[in-house]
Write a protein that binds this ligand. Structure first.
Ligand SMILES: CC(C)(COP(=O)(O)OP(=O)(O)OC[C@H]1O[C@@H](n2cnc3c(N)ncnc32)[C@H](O)[C@@H]1OP(=O)(O)O)[C@@H](O)C(=O)NCCC(=O)NCCS
Length: 188
């Protein structure tokens, strides 16, 4: 019943939302949103192994809020090493995910707004590239392609065609090869 009421409210609510930095007060609402949008299986993904026990990259945990301030979308990015560069050095990059929007608010451009805000913030903070595992049909519109990640692997099962990358600095992933490893700050 609560779900039906939520849908009816969403239908008549003004179509406004804002993109904001995630705060500790958003944690419960965000977890509930992710459970609804992605199911319990979300914790078994290879990306989750990289995120577990770490904090998101500085300034790169964003939420979308409705007019009343409720969390209706989320995206986070994580510091990783994307294999080794051609000169043998670990290559810094970001791993994006999860991205999710409340089912009652899908198709209003919230996912796109979260993606564009996250990419712009990562760029302004000087990051070189963003990787993710997701549907190419959705992420290609933001510039993510499998080609850029072709010599990189996730630490667990993943579909090659869904492993995508966007370079924020031209040529950043050129010649990068190896496994994605978490490099972010550990949770206290
Ligand atoms: C994917 C998701 C984040 C999109 O959020 P959203 O706010 O509805 O996205 P937008 O409004 O910005 O964009 C909607 C467009 O994306 C398209 N789209 C949504 N999911 C898609 C997918 N998996 N593959 C291809 N296109 C997709 C819609 O058809 C729509 O297309 P249109 O603009 O031509 O009508 C949201 O549907 C969601 O949370 N899904 C469940 C969680 C999930 O699967 N996340 C990972 C995505 S791989």
């Amino acid at each position: 019943m609560a779900t039906v009421l939520d849908s009816v409210r969403a239908l008549f609510a003004p179509n406004t939302f804002t993109i904001d930095a995630e705060t500790p007060a958003d944690v419960v609402a965000r977890e509930t949103l992710l459970d609804r949008a992605m199911g319990a299986d979300r914790r078994r993904k290879s990306s989750e192994k990289i995120r577990r026990g770490r904090v998101p990259a500085e300034g790169l945990a964003l939420v979308a809020r409705d007019g009343a301030g409720h969390v209706i979308g989320t995206v986070r990015l994580w510091n990783v090493e994307a294999g080794i560069s051609p000169d043998g050095q670990p290559l810094d990059a970001l791993l994006l995910g999860p991205l999710a929007v409340d089912g009652a608010h899908e198709g209003k451009g919230i996912g796109g707004a979260l993606m564009r805000a996250a990419i712009a913030e990562a760029h302004s903070r000087g990051h070189g590239a963003i990787l993710l595992v997701g549907d190419a049909a959705y992420y290609e519109r933001f510039g993510f392609f499998a080609d850029k990640a072709r010599h990189l692997v996730m630490p667990g099962p993943f579909e090659r065609s869904r492993f995508l990358a966007l370079e924020l600095k031209a040529g950043w992933l050129e010649g990068a090869a190896g496994m994605i490893v978490a490099s972010g700050r550990k949770l206290a």
